[in-house]
Design a protein around this ligand. Structure first.
Ligand SMILES: [Zn+2]
Length: 301
């Protein structure tokens, strides 16, 4: 009998400890925010990313497994700035989860905490996939990651006040390591200043802006419109007057147009991980920028 009591007591204790350590379910729209949430929330969070680095974040399918994840999420972490307009509203509607509806504490929009590039003075949808809030690919500047980290740590503390000290400590630790890493990357990337590139889609602006590089053309004739043969020929011609050092594309983008132009212009085609998981070295946010800077330096040689 005593043995049974002690077993029961053990079970009760175990259940109680599980309840007090209930994890927050975080659903990130993109891998970079999943990674950042993990940096800040450690084992207090169960983090899942709706997209991976080999998917175009503008377009994914709201599949049933993703709807289930959305239904039990306590916190949604997305870029916003219209990046997810093609799929997130559908997902939110189908999940019926009021905690993460727009405007709720459970709905965190990273784009609200950074400066926007490429905000159109005039919105003309005939110009392709143009976003009213500016270019949404903000994760490519590590200073934006720092700004989002500050806001996300506060949001975690608000949603889960019992663990506020834990989030605060992790945020402090992350910020120190992150700022040191930014200084290191900026030093390494000094030779990239002024280097001209061609990009596939207008999704490298924040990266190029950070490093003082510049774009002389895009493979897409208009944002979100696939490269055409006529446009590529024009670009090749344009490169005669305005040379570029490399053709950039993100890991999720088709390589053909990039290779075609690079081969004919005799410059390297460089693939960047673009987000966490984009290649073997981009295992976390630190690896993402370590690898990005390295690949740019190799391309500019
Ligand atoms: Zn885009």
């Amino acid at each position: 009998m005593r043995k049974l009591y002690s077993i029961l007591a053990g079970v009760v204790l175990m259940l109680a400890s599980q309840l007090s350590h209930a994890e927050l379910h975080v659903l990130a729209c993109e891998p970079e925010w999943a990674s950042l949430a993990t940096e800040l929330g450690g084992d207090k969070l169960k983090v899942y990313s709706a997209t991976n680095a080999l998917q175009d974040p503008h377009h994914i399918e709201a599949r049933p497994s993703l709807i289930a994840r959305t239904r039990n999420a306590d916190l949604l972490v997305c870029t916003g700035m219209e990046l997810e307009t093609g799929w997130l509203p559908v997902l939110l509607r189908q999940s019926g989860n009021a905690r993460i509806a727009p405007g709720q504490p459970g709905n965190f929009v990273a784009g609200n905490y950074v400066e926007h590039l490429d905000v159109p003075s005039r919105l003309d949808r005939s110009e392709g996939d143009v976003h009213a809030d500016g270019n949404p690919h903000i994760q490519q500047d590590p200073r934006n990651i720092a700004a989002v980290a500050d806001a996300l740590a506060k949001r975690l503390e608000q949603i889960d006040p019992a663990d506020a000290a834990y989030y605060e400590a992790r945020h402090k630790d992350f910020s120190a390591r992150w700022n040191a890493a930014i200084a290191k990357w900026e030093k390494q990337a000094a030779p990239l200043k002024g280097v001209a590139v061609i990009e596939h889609h207008e999704n490298m602006e924040y990266l190029l802006h950070w490093l003082g590089m510049h774009v002389v053309g895009t493979l897409e004739p208009k944002p979100g419109v696939e490269p055409s043969a006529a446009h590529l020929l024009q670009l090749l011609d344009h490169l005669q007057q305005q040379p570029a050092k490399m053709v950039l594309r993100a890991a999720y983008q088709d390589e053909r147009a990039s290779r075609w132009l690079a081969d004919r212009a005799h410059i390297p085609a460089v693939v960047l991980p673009f987000t966490v998981g984009g290649d073997d070295r981009a295992k976390d946010l630190f690896g993402l920028f370590d690898d990005t800077v390295q690949r740019l330096l190799e391309g500019a040689k």
